[in-house]
Design a protein around this ligand. Structure first.
Ligand SMILES: CC(=O)N[C@H]1[C@@H](OP(=O)(O)OP(=O)(O)OC[C@H]2O[C@@H](n3ccc(=O)[nH]c3=O)[C@H](O)[C@@H]2O)O[C@H](CO)[C@@H](O)[C@@H]1O[C@H](C)C(=O)N[C@@H](C)C(=O)N[C@H](CCC(=O)O)C(=O)O
Ligand SMILES: Nc1ncnc2c1ncn2[C@@H]1O[C@H](COP(=O)(O)OP(=O)(O)OP(=O)(O)O)[C@@H](O)[C@H]1O
Ligand SMILES: N[C@H](CCC[C@H](N)C(=O)O)C(=O)O
Ligand SMILES: [Mg+2]
Length: 484
């Protein structure tokens, strides 16, 4: 593809550069190859400008850079732009031309993975070849790839979208993380609809204030979604009104779901152990839906997903029927098994205060004995959430075991100490495997165990090394060993 086909070359003096053949794009000089377009991005740790020469040395033939970036005098054309991240994303979208016909994105502090997965399942149920992309990877009729970032970098994202389109996927749901939105990773995705679940504390190490965090999320509505496109907004969150206002101000077709919802109104919910029965009103029709998932928050996620599916071609009745067959996303209030007396053990990805609060509150109604929770906090992430999660666990669970999550570069004992300081009476067991075993061994009839924080993750990162580790496998093994 020619350079002129993927970038605006207004800043270039020599129009002949437009004829350059571009064979790939990257913002990481180490990945540059012959014929590549390199984007020099200012990051959180490094300034990509410093690596322009490296990229050119490896074969890059043109560079995207900020107007004021100091990149020396490389012997290749330099496209100067206001917002290099956005320019890179738009170039990636032009380079990988094809995308599934109908793409939707969901943002919010919690529930993104669940909503993206549920939306895919509802579409699939209605007969559309569908995919979802996010924290747990890429799922489609032809693949189930384990993922790492919630919102992949734009080059990777557009490569995957083209592959999905070429596999015949027509509908795709993706997660829009605040990092992803802020770093323009989704700019260039042709979205048909967007959704908002909720806003709580997260990533306060990255976003200076809550307003800034909300503003990053609202880019989905004010910048990425085309005018008039549907914005499905969960109506019952503390930040719902601000999301509604932002989407309306941006000229979107705001459709609310939930108890206060206008598009899909939740009239009543009854909890059964692993199921919930909901009465839902859509237009003048009432639907009785038996949702095969535990947890109040899953009702919210199901309604947001149904909303997304309904504005992208699924009739209301079909969407409601599909909800009765939903499977939870991997590691989201994921029932691993039960003790011989029927006490359930769940793995859940709650790794932020609101999520932990929700999951512990959700299991209380069907727990006649004790709620036992095992959790820790990741290193190199927002430290402020540690005491908050200690306090929540102590308040809402009967037995609290504080263990390691992914310590990364931090001292594991120091992370635990910050949680323990706010969790009087908690048991501290650093070794996560041992912590899980201890919890499973203490389970009695009527108890519920929640192992929180790592969900679907398949490794534990200590220092720079990721060791194979799965909460699901550990809980399953410990349950099995109880029978010995
Ligand atoms: C803090 C953060 O979000 N960092 C992301 C960001 O990196 P960065 O721009 O800050 O990188 P940097 O290290 O400062 O380097 C600056 C530039 O120099 C380049 N470089 C660097 C070295 C070199 O030799 N050559 C070179 O060209 C880098 O490629 C980069 O372009 O852009 C990169 C490319 O898109 C991302 O891979 C990287 O994600 C890192 C790995 C990460 O851990 N991100 C997490 C925090 C994240 O994004 N999480 C969200 C939310 C999770 C949730 O759902 O809660 C997610 O969407 O997953
Ligand atoms: N709608 C919701 N409201 C509150 N908490 C939720 C909601 N949905 C999920 N959770 C909690 O958050 C955890 C993560 O859910 P999920 O993976 O769907 O969210 P996410 O937004 O994708 O999170 P992440 O940003 O970490 O990828 C769940 O395991 C559950 O504890
Ligand atoms: N996407 C999140 C995942 C956190 C998961 C938790 N297990 C942790 O390591 O803190 C992040 O990178 O901040
Ligand atoms: Mg996610």
């Amino acid at each position: 593809m020619k350079l002129k086909d993927i970038a605006d070359l207004a800043s270039l003096a020599d129009p002949a550069a437009g004829e350059l053949d571009i064979t790939g794009l990257t913002s990481d000089s180490r990945k540059a190859k012959h014929g590549y377009l390199f984007a020099a991005l200012k990051g959180s740790r490094a300034d990509g400008s410093a690596f322009a020469a490296d990229a050119v040395g490896r074969g890059a033939v043109a560079i995207i850079a900020a107007r004021d970036a100091e990149i020396g005098a490389p012997d290749v054309p330099v496209i100067r732009v206001e917002d290099p991240r956005r320019t890179l994303a738009l170039a990636a979208a032009a380079f990988y031309e094809r995308q599934p016909e109908i793409m939707v994105a969901v943002t919010g502090t919690s529930g993104k993975t669940s909503v993206a997965s549920f939306t895919r399942q509802i579409w699939a149920d209605a007969g559309f070849p569908a995919a979802n992309i996010g924290t747990t990877g890429v799922f489609s009729p032809m693949r189930s790839d384990y993922g790492s970032l919630t919102t992949p970098d734009p080059v990777e994202l557009h490569r995957v979208l083209q592959e999905l389109a070429d596999e015949g996927v027509t509908h795709a749901a993706m997660e829009a993380s605040s990092h992803g939105l802020d770093q323009r990773r989704l700019d260039g995705v042709k979205l048909a609809a967007g959704a908002f679940t909720n806003l709580g504390r997260d990533h306060m190490d990255y976003h200076p204030t809550v307003d800034d965090y909300l503003a990053a999320k609202m880019r989905l509505f004010d910048t990425l979604l085309p005018a008039g496109a549907p914005a499905i907004i969960f109506a019952d969150d503390g930040f719902s009104q601000r999301a509604i206002d932002a989407a309306k101000a941006a000229g979107k077709d705001v459709l609310t779901v939930g108890r206060k919802g206008g598009f899909i109104a939740l009239k009543r919910v009854e909890h059964e152990r692993f199921r919930q029965h909901a009465e839902v009103k859509i237009g003048n029709d009432i639907y009785e839906v038996s949702l095969p998932l535990a947890g109040d928050f899953q009702v919210a996620n199901a309604l947001v997903s149904a909303g997304l599916a309904m504005v992208t071609g699924v009739p209301a009745a079909a969407a409601m029927r599909a909800l009765e067959r939903l499977r939870g996303a991997p590691g989201r209030l994921d029932l691993v098994g039960a003790t011989e007396e029927g006490a359930p053990a769940y793995v859940d990805y709650a790794h932020k205060p609101d999520a932990l609060e929700n999951v512990l509150t959700s299991v209380r109604p069907f727990t006649t004995g004790r709620v036992i929770v095992v959790f820790g906090c990741g290193g190199d992430r927002d430290t402020g959430k540690r005491p908050m999660m200690g306090e929540i666990a102590t308040r809402l669970a009967d037995v609290v075991i504080v263990t390691d999550d992914n310590p990364r570069s931090e001292e594991p004992a120091a992370i635990r100490a910050e949680i323990m300081a706010a969790a009087p009476g908690a048991i501290e067991i650093g070794d996560r495997r041992q912590a899980i075993r201890t919890a499973v061994e203490m389970m009695k009839a009527g108890d519920t165990l929640i192992v929180a924080g790592k969900g679907h993750e398949e490794g534990q990162t200590v220092g720079d090394v990721t060791h194979p580790f799965s909460d699901h496998a550990e809980v399953a093994q410990a349950l099995k060993d109880r029978l010995k």
